[in-house]
Design a protein around this ligand. Structure first.
Ligand code: ATP
Ligand code: MG
Ligand code: MG
Length: 380
């Protein structure tokens, strides 16, 4: 029986482990947190730091292949493991995704348009920034997620203040673009360079956090979807990527497609695939990692995913409560996924709800009902 390793014990690791187990693999999770969502379902949980030598040695000795479930795993750990066992995605690819400066350079090199941007490394750089980038969004080059590590700035004075506030770490300033909508594409690439894409997903963010994903993307033309898929493939090919890669895009007011960022792993916006596709993104990651055949996944029905953040676990008075799961589960086509996190916190990803039905209209109607039941804002 082959054994797979995962660096990181969050919900993405948990769902990867569950998919791998369905295909008969043993799974080992490395995460410093003794109480992690993936560690709880894995065959073995190695509770240690990602750079712990003994832990890495143990992993490389027990695992036939190793992957990561979060992009901020130290690239050094991946490198060290790769000397002894098969690792995908490679440290070189994860490094690009960890650093917005390298990431944007890779987009440009791949011939895919991104937002006009400048790199800021020291306070003096604030004066060098072209006027055209303001108003803009200042983002730390590393470690940001869910809109953390970002500041919207209207002018140079605000830019200087934001750069100081973010700690004068390396940043990119992006022009604030007029977004019509956001979408993302999951591409999987095999060891021998074959690529397959999932259907394009349309995403809605609230407060910088993904809230809703809808497939098929209701407001994206077939031509634009094809362009997004081709761009995602070019980005994956260009770095010799192996595994599932998620590429986020903006569609601007004038209809232009602009790449935003990417994640070297299955992605929150791809959770719809768990109930609506014949191969989901986690199984695809297992296939790519282990050299099993990749095949274009088939969308079996329209689907809407609602993210379940910790906010739902609190009432208006701030008292903890349990959301009405029985009510939600009574809705036709609703499939609930909870990550087994003991403690709810506002903004914390606790689970997601996939809703599918025979038509996009019926899916929306069911999703509206679910949103009402849970106390989520109504879908537009
Ligand atoms: P994630 O959790 O997706 O990794 P993140 O913290 O890395 O998030 P981004 O994806 O860079 O952040 O940005 C978060 C959101 O902010 C985007 O989904 C988009 O809604 C908005 N945004 C980011 N960059 C721009 C831009 N240049 N112009 C307009 N809106 C933007
Ligand atoms: Mg990001
Ligand atoms: Mg993002």
């Amino acid at each position: 029986q082959a054994t797979l390793g995962v660096l990181g014990g969050g919900q993405l690791g948990r769902m990867f482990v569950q998919a791998a187990q369905s295909l008969g693999y043993r799974c080992v999770v490395l995460d410093p947190d003794a109480d992690s969502p993936a560690g709880a379902v894995a065959h073995q949980h190695v509770c240690a730091d990602y750079l712990d030598d003994a832990a890495l040695q143990q992993l490389s000795q027990t695992c036939d292949a190793i992957t990561t479930e979060f992009e901020n795993v130290p690239a050094k750990a991946l490198q060290q493991l790769a000397a002894h066992t098969w690792v995908a995605p490679a440290a070189s690819c994860v490094s690009i995704c960890q650093d917005r400066v390298a990431e944007k350079a890779h987009f440009v090199a791949s011939g895919v348009a991104c937002a006009p941007y400048a790199v800021l490394r020291q306070p003096n750089d604030v004066q060098q920034v072209p006027d055209a980038l303001l108003p803009g969004i200042l983002k730390t080059a590393r470690m940001g997620y869910d809109g953390k590590g970002q500041r919207r700035v209207r002018d140079r004075a605000e830019l200087a203040a934001a750069f100081a506030e973010l700690g004068q770490v390396d940043c990119v300033l992006e022009q604030l673009l007029p977004l019509q909508l956001e979408l993302s594409v999951l591409v999987a690439r095999s060891r021998n360079g074959q690529t397959v894409c999932f259907p394009v997903q349309q995403n809605l963010h609230r407060d910088g956090i993904l809230a809703v994903t809808e497939v098929p993307a209701p407001q994206v033309s077939a031509a634009l979807q094809a362009q997004a898929r081709e761009s995602a493939v070019a980005i994956a090919q260009g770095m010799g990527y192996v595994g599932v890669l998620c590429v986020e895009f903006f569609v601007l007011g004038d209809g232009a497609l602009v790449v935003n960022e990417m994640a070297p792993r299955p992605h929150n916006s791809g959770h719809y695939s768990m109930d609506a596709c014949d191969i989901d993104q986690f199984e695809m990651q297992v296939r790519a990692l282990t050299g099993l055949p990749l095949r274009e996944p088939r969308l079996q029905s329209p689907v809407l995913m609602l993210n379940l953040l910790g906010d739902l676990w609190f009432d208006a008075q701030g008292q903890e409560r349990t959301p009405d799961w029985a009510g939600v589960l009574a809705l036709p086509g609703a499939q609930l996924h909870l990550y087994g996190k003991a403690q709810a916190r506002p903004g914390r990803k606790m689970g997601h709800l996939n809703i599918s039905a025979a038509s996009a209209e019926a899916t929306r109607a069911s999703a509206q009902a679910a949103a009402r039941l849970l106390g989520l804002p109504p879908l537009e």
